[in-house]
Design a protein around this ligand. Structure first.
Ligand SMILES: Cc1ncc(C[n+]2csc(CCOP(=O)(O)OP(=O)(O)O)c2C)c(N)n1
Ligand code: SF4
Ligand SMILES: [Mg+2]
Length: 343
């Protein structure tokens, strides 16, 4: 997690040195993460992404809110010098939705875990994707409930040993990226901690986009998961990631060739589209509001002949007219009204 000041390049120009450690709360050190935990890499990538966007004037750090649930991964916001909310297990997306709706100007980033987001929080996840809620979600997928000692989660691979699957997990794992893409999220990407720079880029990309972004980072938990699966150290887990990671296109190719890719970590962008986000659908963002205003003005300009309208209503209220409407005989009614008008 320790990072040093560095010179960064923004749109081809070298900008002033930034110590992205400035973004972190040193008063909270030492942190609670185990030695070799991959969550530090996610902190690092997030801090760099935010620092670079801030320098480039793309983001106002005073308008960034980090929201998390409960778990090792959910402790991340507590280490940032930013407004943050550490909520209840499985509910960060519900809180984040409320924050974004209350103040659409804020950039809301959810930091969550596979248990928090896909197990207890699965329902919120599904609907945030469906609404295309304007939130960036970063999920640290370490294949288990790290904080509570290593129970299996919905992403635990088949056959993996955890405290609740001591003889090997028999359940098939969920592919949260496929779920997010199918449910309506605008941007869905899976990466591993092996590529921190790609994680940073994905976060920056997601922060520039409208709608729901889901960034899943496959990360090591040597303490609770690795040691039960013959990967006692972070290095062993990283080696496992390296040997088992394939891209989406490679996965497709292998699948078409009839090969078994179940056990593989399939990385890449699952979806990158620009459907309207929830705030746009609600008319809560500027451009939409202007359009809406114009439409209202047009409606107000329509001249209404009150007398004529009252006359029509009176006619429609007559028992015969009501009978014809109920019977679906609108054409007959129209004829009668026209004849009456001629008189
Ligand atoms: C309502 C509720 N149920 C259960 C718990 C216990 N609990 C705390 S963290 C956790 C699992 C965390 O797993 P994950 O989200 O994958 O985070 P990780 O620790 O692996 O990063 C559970 C079950 C809780 N705090 N609240
Ligand atoms: S238990 Fe696992 S996820 Fe939690 S801090 Fe330790 S290594 Fe990281
Ligand atoms: Mg987990």
């Amino acid at each position: 997690m320790v990072a040093e000041a560095e010179e960064i390049e923004i749109r081809g120009e070298a900008k002033r040195e930034i110590d992205y450690m400035e973004l972190l709360r040193k008063d909270r050190l030492p942190h609670i993460l185990c030695e070799g935990c991959g969550i530090g890499t996610i902190i690092n990538s997030l801090a760099k992404a935010l620092a670079e966007m801030s320098i480039a004037g793309e983001i106002d750090l005073d308008k960034v809110v980090l929201v998390s649930g409960i778990g090792c991964s959910s402790r991340v916001p507590g280490y940032f010098n930013l407004d943050s909310l550490h909520t209840t297990h499985g509910r960060p997306l519900a809180f984040a939705t409320g924050i974004k709706l209350a103040n659409p100007e804020l950039k809301v980033i959810v930091i969550t875990g596979d248990g928090d987001n896909i197990s207890i929080g699965g329902n919120h996840f599904l609907h945030a994707c469906r609404r295309n809620m304007d939130i960036v979600t970063i999920c640290a997928n370490n294949y288990n409930y790290g904080m509570t000692g290593g129970q299996h989660s919905p992403t635990t691979p088949k056959g993996a040993k955890t405290t609740t699957t001591p003889r090997g997990n028999v359940e098939p794992a969920i592919d949260a990226c496929k779920v997010a893409a199918a449910s309506g999220a605008n941007y869905v990407v899976r990466l591993t901690v092996l590529v921190p720079d790609e994680i940073k880029k994905a976060i920056k990309k997601a922060l520039r986009k409208e709608g729901f972004s889901y960034i899943e980072v496959v990360t090591q938990c040597p303490t609770a998961y690795g040691r039960r699966n013959k990967m006692r150290t972070a290095i062993k887990m990283l080696e496992y990631f390296r040997e088992n990671t394939i891209t989406i296109s490679k996965a497709k190719e292998l699948e078409e060739a009839g090969e078994d890719i179940s056990g593989k970590i399939i990385v890449g962008e699952y979806v990158d589209r620009d459907r309207p986000g929830f705030l746009r659908l609600l008319g809560l963002i500027k451009e939409e509001k202007v359009k809406e205003k114009k439409e209202v003005i047009e409606v107000e300009e329509i001249e209404v002949d009150k007398e004529k309208v009252e006359k029509v209503i009176k006619k429609l209220m007559k028992p015969k007219a009501r009978y014809l409407i109920e019977e679906g005989k609108a054409e007959d009614l129209e004829k009668i009204i026209k004849e009456e008008d001629k008189k």
